[in-house]
Design a protein around this ligand. Structure first.
Ligand SMILES: [Cu+2]
Length: 241
């Protein structure tokens, strides 16, 4: 239908008229007044038909091609492949009042802990874990939890940890003893096959990943993908060198 009537014709006039019509209905101008509105010949009555675009079919095609029987094969990393099997790179999550941190420190330029320096052309075992009270911190970098244990238990939450540069594989997850019951209700739903650039780390959870650092030197961010947390400091750089 090209019932535009008025003098404009063409797409530009059409879209202008649609906006016009929406404004009118927004103003609740009595509804049925239709053509009688005093907006000149362009006025479009609410609810009337209006041509926006036209599809012209010029060629027949088939359905989408059938999916292959097997998608691409992913070579799974193992601990035998990594440069640091006994000393994972820590990514320690801590939550305190108005501070969300990784490795106990807020983001700062050129502020690299020794364990945040990664030799280029290596496969690295990395471990993401909650370290609110400073316990179990692996490499002594966990002085972030200004909130203490009770506060930590109250506030603990899941964090989607995102690491820039090449994607990684998740190789294992474990849960603290007091989180086992809740974990049993969800962990079978976690899909850890395939390449990842982000992993959701649940309260009490410890996730081990293997990540390649091939070829590219420089600073690469890791941060919580919850923007409020990131803005509160939950972001650090890795230095690949
Ligand atoms: Cu977070």
């Amino acid at each position: 239908m090209s019932g535009m009537g008025g003098g404009h014709g063409g797409g530009m006039g059409g879209s202008m008229m649609m906006q016009h019509g929406q404004q009118e209905s927004g103003h609740k101008m009595g509804g049925t007044g239709g053509m009688g509105m005093s907006h000149g010949a362009d006025a479009l009555a609410p609810g009337s038909e209006f041509e926006i675009m036209r599809f012209q079919i010029t060629q027949e095609t088939s359905d989408s091609p059938a999916l292959p029987h097997q998608l691409s094969v992913i070579e799974r990393y193992t601990l035998d492949d990594v440069a640091n099997p006994g000393k994972p790179v820590p990514i320690a999550i801590s939550e305190g009042p108005m501070a969300m941190l990784l490795n106990g420190r807020p983001y700062a330029m050129d502020d690299f802990l020794p364990e945040e320096r990664i030799p280029v052309n290596t496969l690295q075992l990395m471990e993401i874990f909650h370290n609110h009270g400073g316990e179990g911190g692996g490499h002594g970098s966990g002085h972030g939890g200004s909130g203490g244990m009770n506060m930590a238990a109250m506030m603990s939450m899941a964090h989607p940890i995102h690491i820039h540069e090449q994607p990684f594989q998740i190789i294992s997850r474990s849960m603290s003893d007091d989180g086992q019951e809740a974990y049993a209700s969800v962990h079978e739903g976690l899909v850890d096959s395939g390449w990842k650039d982000t992993v959701l780390v649940l309260p009490g959870e410890r996730v081990r990943i293997i990540k390649p650092f091939r070829e590219f030197k420089g600073r690469y961010m890791m941060h919580c993908h919850n923007l409020e947390h990131e803005d509160m400091g939950m972001m650090r750089d890795l230095l690949v060198e």
